[in-house]
Design a binder for this molecule. Structure first.
Ligand SMILES: [Zn+2]
Length: 100
């Protein structure tokens, strides 16, 4: 697995968890707004926001462990803006994420 794939995997999982929580939250709001268990939507809100904060603040380069940050992480994950090297350590994003 390359650095690019490893970062994209983390971001995809985070965005998927967030999207599922948003969908469940919208379902509660739409179909069961007065249910006695509707308060669990609070945790769904946390579940929607936390993965986004994780993606922006905590996803790091597998080589140098430096956090990409909000300006770079989506560019690296989805190959936007033509970033081919880690902005922190200069490692090529298509080299294996583990090993020498
Ligand atoms: Zn790096």
């Amino acid at each position: 697995m390359t650095i690019h794939q490893a970062v994209r995997r983390k971001i995809t999982i985070a965005l998927s968890v967030s999207a599922i929580c948003v969908a469940l939250l919208l379902a509660i709001v739409r179909f069961w707004p007065d249910a006695p268990w509707a308060w669990t939507g609070t945790f769904l809100m946390l579940g929607a926001i936390t993965p986004l904060l994780y993606a922006v603040w905590l996803v790091s380069c597998p080589k140098c462990n430096a956090i990409f940050g909000q300006r770079k992480v989506f560019n690296v994950a989805f190959n936007l803006a033509g970033i081919l090297y880690c902005p922190n350590c200069g490692a090529a994003l298509d080299q294996p994420s583990h090993g020498p």
